[in-house]
Design a binder for this molecule. Structure first.
Ligand code: SAM
Length: 264
């Protein structure tokens, strides 16, 4: 039984880190004319309203995207800013795009988009949000979907793995899954998001990922104050295999953005 709903967390600092790096990588990949594949294992509903009762209840976006925009921390030509502007033009000033809509907004008509979302209501909402684009939405386990699609056509592309880590065994399973996916799809950019919790749950997973010697691996982590009292998340991370040229510099810019915002 899945209980996680991203609406409670949409636009929080962890989303800003993940979405800024994701948007930058997708934008970079579109600089070549060749079409690409974008796959997501854990897609969520794709479109959030930050004035919805669930988002207001936690107030997490206030510490994330709302603060970053108020501080003008994200350049207006940053791909995340561009995607956010497009989605707000279509869905109102409180809208926040999840990763599927960020990808749909930045990619081109010839690119392939495939998403897995297991939760029935989130899946229906995602199909609805993606109607303006040609995208395939699957209601199946995202790891199974990724395994069945790798290597996708076109072969160039990016896979985002963004679990909610409700199932604690995910931490132990993920390094093996990423290793297998890389074997099947050696040119694919594989990006994994993970939370940095007080109990250090992510540490073993990162150790197992880093000992595999995956090519052009990038580990980027940011820390931030708890978004509300008692919240266990102290930061977030992205681990990227076949990180595109320049991704490390973009990751450093994102770290600088977090440092600047936390000083204010
Ligand atoms: N990637 C989204 C974004 O950044 O906008 C957020 C995704 S949220 C962290 C994780 C989502 O994965 C939830 O909507 C949950 O229902 C879904 N989910 C959980 N387990 C899944 C699985 N095994 N396969 C596919 N989706 C799953």
């Amino acid at each position: 039984m899945l209980s996680y709903q991203h609406i409670y967390h949409a636009g929080n600092p962890a989303d800003v880190q993940k979405h800024a790096l994701l948007a930058w990588m997708l934008d970079y990949l579109t600089r070549k004319d060749k079409p690409l594949s974008y796959i997501e294992t854990h897609a969520g509903r794709g479109l959030y309203q930050l004035d919805a009762p669930e988002a207001v209840k936690t107030g997490e976006a206030e510490q994330g995207i709302t603060k970053v925009l108020a501080d003008q921390g994200l350049a207006v030509d940053h791909p995340l800013h561009r995607a956010l502007t497009e989605i707000r033009e279509q869905h109102g000033s409180a809208a926040y795009p999840g990763s599927p809509l960020i990808a749909a907004s930045l990619l081109r008509p010839g690119d392939s988009l495939q998403f897995a979302e297991l939760h029935p209501q989130e899946n229906t909402a995602l199909r609805d949000a993606l109607k303006p684009w040609k995208a395939k939405v699957h209601q199946q386990d995202g790891f199974e979907l990724a395994m069945s699609l790798a290597p996708p056509a076109p072969r160039r592309g990016l896979l985002l793995i963004d679990p909610s880590y409700e199932i604690k065994s995910d931490y132990a399973r993920i390094p093996g899954i990423i290793g297998q996916l890389h074997k099947k799809w050696n040119v694919g950019v594989i990006a994994l998001w993970y939370p940095i919790l007080k109990d250090g749950s992510h540490k073993q997973m990162l150790k197992a990922l880093e000992t595999q010697g995956l090519p052009d691996a990038l580990r980027h982590e940011v820390s931030f104050p708890p978004v509300r009292e008692g919240h266990r998340m102290m930061g977030s991370g992205m681990f990227v295999v076949n990180a595109p040229y320049g991704a490390a510099e973009e990751a450093a810019r994102i770290s600088a953005l977090f440092d600047a915002v936390s000083r204010k």
